[in-house]
Design a protein around this ligand. Structure first.
Ligand SMILES: [Zn+2]
Length: 228
């Protein structure tokens, strides 16, 4: 018998869409690891090293967790609880990833006394988002989206008040790409391959942000070669 799908049930991607969802993030895992290692290598002091770790963990975690979730939902659809668990992780890691993406700017740039509180507050927001996903996963999708956007935008207020504004244009461009991608994030079942397109937007924005962090916050590789 055919049961009508509940209104909030997730869209079931086609086999090709499943494959696209996996590959669009799987291919980013190795570059994310290499990129993180490079920032670590380019660090001048302990604080830069720690920040490279934090940022690198967020960057790698996003692509790894996302890829694992999409592989499981594609290949092991009979393991419903496991898929559900990874779907929750896939959503939780977004909060951690937003915090990690801002960490280099907040940690390594001079901030005012009030603005500097954003350094820990962003992680508090990430923790809050994680708990929210744990409790209300998929229940109020619009609230979830609002949280992502609020968390994505609030540190920008602090970042733009920095005296050294080098690289912020790239940060804003990355942010804009994420925002445009949300259109596809919300178009499952309406636009073919919508979720994979969303992944491409995420990968592009993450690459723009990585470039800005590498260029403006860490020592240039040419300096390293000079110091060898
Ligand atoms: Zn995904």
């Amino acid at each position: 018998m055919n049961h009508p799908a509940p209104a909030n049930s997730r869209y079931k991607p086609t086999c090709y869409e499943h494959a696209a969802n996996c590959y669009t993030h799987a291919f980013l895992i190795v570059p994310a690891i290499v990129g993180s290692a490079l920032l670590h290598r380019l660090s001048d002091d302990r604080w830069e090293k720690i920040t490279a770790w934090i940022y690198g963990m967020g960057l790698c975690a996003l692509f790894i967790v996302s890829t694992v979730f999409h592989i499981i939902s594609w290949k092991k659809s009979h393991l419903r609880t496991m898929e559900h668990c990874f779907h929750m992780c896939d959503r939780m890691v977004i909060y951690v990833f937003i915090a990690a993406s801002y960490a280099p700017w907040l940690n390594l740039r001079e901030l005012g006394p009030l603005a500097s509180h954003m350094r820990w507050f962003i992680w508090l927001m990430a923790a809050g988002g994680t708990v929210y996903v744990f409790l209300y996963h998929e229940k109020y999708k619009i609230v979830e989206l609002f949280f992502y956007l609020a968390m994505g935008f609030s540190p920008a207020l602090v970042v733009t008040s920095m005296s050294n504004t080098e690289g912020l244009e790239e940060v804003a461009w990355g942010g804009l790409i994420y925002c445009l991608g949300v259109v596809f994030f919300k178009s499952d079942g309406v636009i073919p391959f919508a979720h994979a397109i969303w992944h491409v937007f995420v990968a592009t924005a993450a690459a723009v942000h990585y470039y800005a962090i590498w260029k403006y916050l860490y020592r240039s590789p040419a300096d390293i070669i000079r110091h060898l």
